[in-house]
Design a protein around this ligand. Structure first.
Ligand SMILES: CC(C)(COP(=O)(O)OP(=O)(O)OC[C@H]1O[C@@H](n2cnc3c(N)ncnc32)[C@H](O)[C@@H]1OP(=O)(O)O)[C@@H](O)C(=O)NCCC(=O)NCCS
Length: 169
């Protein structure tokens, strides 16, 4: 498996769409968005999602697959009112490509991009019972932040994790 990261824009919405729909179908409990809300979404909604000012949207493409299939994705978006924070969202790797470093590649690319724009920390929200993702984030430099995540319908809260982007001595 040879992975190349590709940055996409609104004009790539038709390429990004099936990957995002696959993620929502595969891991419905991992994301705030629902498959049913996006399955029939018109072009302009996809374009809007891929047009967040100051954001980066990446696809991980397996160049060994004949069709150059995208097997993973991640995005970095600025956090409103927190200029030194970037949020990692939409993180997903196809089940067939997991545990081979694809998420690590995506996360490191978003982190490098964010640091290049002056961000000091990369943050994310993860469902408290998403053990695989929590483990992957812990292995890629994130630790649990001392701040409450969003409230979930069942009364629990999302977990906030953060990774320091400042240069270490
Ligand atoms: C979480 C997810 C993105 C990880 O993707 P991945 O490509 O398998 O992760 P990587 O192979 O890059 O792993 C990164 C590190 O985490 C570890 N890791 C990954 N998955 C793990 C798991 N299930 N259990 C324990 N460790 C795990 C890897 O061993 C690796 O550490 P290492 O480099 O020190 O060996 C993937 O499981 C996924 O898409 N899950 C469903 C969607 C989801 O939950 N997204 C997160 C929403 S917040």
């Amino acid at each position: 498996m040879t992975i190349v990261l590709r940055r996409v824009t609104a004009d790539d919405w038709a390429t990004w769409r099936p990957v995002r729909l696959a993620a929502l179908a595969d891991a419905p409990d991992a994301f705030g968005s629902r498959l049913d809300d996006w399955r029939e979404a018109p072009e302009h909604r996809w374009r809007t999602r891929l047009s967040v000012p100051g954001a980066i949207d990446l696809l991980a493409v397996d160049t060994d697959s004949g069709d150059g299939r995208a097997i993973g994705m991640a995005s970095g978006v600025p956090v409103a009112d927190a200029p030194h924070r970037t949020e990692l969202i939409s993180m997903w790797v196809d089940p067939g490509g997991r545990r081979r470093g694809v998420a690590r590649l995506l996360i490191d690319a978003v982190a490098a991009w964010a640091a290049g724009y002056g961000a000091h920390e990369l943050v994310l929200s993860v469902m408290p019972d998403n053990r695989d993702a929590r483990e992957a984030y812990a292995r890629t430099g994130f630790s649990v932040a001392d701040e409450p995540g969003d409230l979930l319908p069942d009364g629990r809260r999302e977990l906030v994790m953060r990774r320091d982007l400042e240069e270490r001595p």
